[in-house]
Design a protein around this ligand. Structure first.
Ligand code: HEM
Length: 503
């Protein structure tokens, strides 16, 4: 390890092997579990090396905020991993960009699309899409993954490109989902040797199949993003706006009509909107799958949720106006994201300048270039903030005896600045849209249906997919409409969808 200035000390951490460092000790899936284990031994901030690349692991919300938020000028970059950031994205994908002018320009544009006032204007779309989701979930609960994915992908396609999913089998849906899946696979650590040994990037293409693959996938996704943008350009130009399948305004039409303001080229703008889609669709659906899992395994929590909704809302379907009066709905959303975080290991930031952090009387040296992981799995299990952390306890957000309780209950719990969405200048820009989707879906599903787990199934076991966004592997449960509710859902469905789908 490189020494810091006099008076500083190196962070603790596993020693690892010469050259490889801790590479072989990190499991290929769910690395956050191993990082959490190490934190019990090395403390809330420690360092390890992966083949010479320094990694700082943070397991405390306070430290994550002290560094990633308070020192955001130096903790806001991303490591330019060869496969995902360079070859696949050709330095265009905002999620993976370093802290540079292009990232800043993209973030400014994103902010205009996702800030609270903009997010509120998308609520009618979320209400409409959630009715369809609920209708099909009640009809065929075994296909819950499909309905939730169609809700989130459908919402993001409408927002991004004004495209409304009718059958759910549309070709562009399959293509955009495969762009997301490629990214997920390619950006997962350890899949490509070149990410561990970046000097392999110097190999000529003919000796480096990974380079050819990365470049081919980049061309494919860029061409697809361009097609999506061209569709909107054509539709706008031919004044088709207002036809039943095209929204009045969408992210792309907004981009095209104000492009100079953002200082982004066509391709840069297309990648900003493409990234919003890929970062927004899978994550929200994954969180909702975890919600169903918690309800299948915690019947008293579902009953409490239904009691609150029945008292406040009664027999009509809950809407966004009801949410201030439904703190338990919001608590269940927040607790689901705490207990089973979607981005469980966090998305690492890169430190761009040497730094010193003082903790318990020691001055720790953090070197420029380190990848800094705010490990959500560990942060969400910090016993000083979350007593009885392994239990799913929505009450920790509602009962003054818990350290996370906050008043007033009409406003809290909410997801602003919650660690599940990252930290500082890179914090998830889609938070306002995600929060609204999760709240309305949870309120409506609990209002409409009873959910029961299968006897003998171990719902507490951490059976989740691999990758950096994770969802529970398919699990069994039964779901039936509550008395009188199926009819209300059907009526709403007919009102909002029959003229569109033609049923
Ligand atoms: C439950 C849902 C979601 C979760 C848990 C989630 C979580 C996260 C996290 C942890 C990050 C990394 C933050 C950091 O680096 O500190 C992130 C980044 C991002 N999210 Fe989300 N997100 C969700 C939904 C969304 C939605 C709906 C959108 C779009 C509308 C979105 C767009 C993005 C984008 C574009 C980034 C990259 C930001 C950057 O690197 O500057 N996310 N998200």
């Amino acid at each position: 390890r490189r020494n810091g200035p006099p008076g500083t000390t190196a962070l603790p951490g596993p020693t690892g092997l010469p050259l490889l460092g801790s590479l072989l000790s990190i499991p290929p899936r769910h690395s956050w579990l191993k990082f959490y284990d190490w934190s019990k031994h090395f403390g809330p901030i420690y360092e390890l090396s992966i083949a010479g690349r320094p990694q700082v692991i943070i397991s405390s919300e306070k430290i994550a905020n002290d560094l990633l938020r308070e020192r955001g000028n130096v903790y806001s970059s991303r490591e330019q991993v060869p496969m995902a950031a360079q070859l696949l994205s050709d330095s265009l994908r905002p999620l993976l960009l370093p802290y540079n002018d292009l990232w800043r320009a993209g973030r400014r544009f994103m902010h205009s699309l996702t800030m609270p006032s903009a997010a509120t204007s998308y609520q009618p779309m979320q209400e409409q899409e959630s009715v369809r989701m609920l209708h099909d979930l009640i009809r065929s609960p075994g296909e819950y993954e499909k309905w939730l994915e169609r809700y989130t992908a459908g919402l993001m396609l409408r927002l991004g490109f004004g495209k409304m999913l009718i059958t759910g089998e549309e070709d562009y849906l399959k293509r955009i989902m495969s762009v997301g899946k490629n990214l997920e696979r390619i950006a997962s650590p350890g899949v490509y040797l070149v990410d561990t040994l970046p000097s392999l990037m110097y190999l000529p293409d003919f000796l480096a199949p990974f380079k050819r693959e990365g470049k081919r996938l980049h061309v494919e996704e860029l061409e697809f993003f361009r097609e999506l943008q061209d569709d909107v350009r054509r539709e706008t130009e031919s004044e088709k706006l207002g036809s039943k399948h095209v929204e009045q305004e969408n992210f792309t039409s907004k981009f095209l009509s104000s492009q100079e303001k953002w200082g982004l080229s066509d391709d840069q703008g297309a990648y900003v909107i493409g990234t919003l889609f890929e970062a927004g669709a899978g994550t929200t659906a994954a969180a909702m799958m975890s919600f169903l899992l918690t309800m299948a395994s915690h019947p008293p929590e579902l009953r409490s949720l239904q009691r609150e909704i029945d008292i406040v809302v009664g027999d009509r379907m809950p809407s966004f106006e009801d949410l201030p009066g439904l703190p338990r709905v919001r608590a269940v959303v927040k607790e689901t994201l705490r207990w089973r975080p979607v981005t469980a290991g966090g998305v690492p930031h890169q430190l761009t300048r040497d730094d010193v952090y003082e903790l318990d009387g020691k001055k720790y040296f953090l070197k420029a270039g380190s990848a800094v992981h705010a490990n959500q799995w560990a942060i969400h299990r910090d016993a000083s903030l979350y007593p009885d952390a392994e239990s799913f306890l929505p009450n920790r957000w509602l009962d003054p005896k818990y350290p996370t309780y906050k008043e007033p209950l009409e406003a809290y719990p909410n997801l602003q600045n919650f660690s599940a969405f990252g930290f500082g200048r890179r914090i998830c820009p889609g938070l306002n849209i995600a929060e609204r989707s999760l709240n309305i879906l949870v309120a409506r599903i609990a209002w409409a249906s009873d959910i029961e787990g299968k006897q003998g199934w171990d719902y507490e076991a951490y059976e989740y997919t691999t990758g950096f966004n994770v969802q529970p592997k398919t699990f069994p449960f039964s779901l039936t409409a509550r008395k009188g509710r199926a009819k209300i859902v059907e009526t709403e469905y007919q009102r909002l969808w029959s003229h569109i789908i033609g049923e």
